[in-house]
Ligand binder design. Sequence first.
Ligand SMILES: [Zn+2]
Length: 259
Amino acid sequence: MQLIDTHTHLFEDRLCDQLPNVVLRAQQAGVSQSVCIGTDVQTSKRSVEIAQRFSDSIFAAVGIQPNYCHLAKADDWDQIVALAKQDRVCAVGETGLDRYWNECPFDLQQDYFDRHIRLSQETNLPFVVHMRDCLPDVMVMLREGRQRGPLHGVMHSYTGDLTSALECIELGLHISFAGMVTYKNAADIRDVAAKIPADRVLIETDSPYLSPEPKRKQRPNEPALLVHTAACIAEVRNIPFAEFAELTSNNAKQFFRIA
Ligand SMILES: [Zn+2]
């Protein structure tokens, strides 16, 4: 049995402080690989360092998350482009759009989202999309990107509706579910997780944030807790846990092109 955590932020203090134990507990829980996702230049560098240090189980994604674009300095983007070529980097992001937090001007977020999609299309690395309260805006940019060429990306911690999920899939994307899918009030997300095509489902913890049920009170969340999210989706899809674990691990390996 094997699971792959497609989205974690291991550089965050609460995880970083105890990293060897976090990695060990993940292995013990069957989470054989994890992708550490950067949110700005500093944390993208940290993600690459962590991936190179734990080179038997961790990979990295490099990018500037929409809520950090206004803090980026002039040459930060060039650094992301350079980092994307580093060993063990398997994706660009996270990128995307966010209308919940108001710190970063929306047109600047769109500019950086566009850069990430183009970088993905140039490098063949997949891109990782964050979306909060602005699914229509994200769809507009994905459709635009698709007109330029094929899209290879993932909607991370998906919270949108089924119709949009299916359009994302048609555009070439995968859909990833985090701990929220296990929450009592998340029937809508479970319904999407139950109905999308098997070959496009990915799972993640988005740790250290939002631990899954029944460990919701555990702080911080960590890759080992992926098991609970996997069990929840296996149940709603009505397939055995082991089969779902194999399915999503194979999906993740093909998506990130990792062994
Ligand atoms: Zn994230």
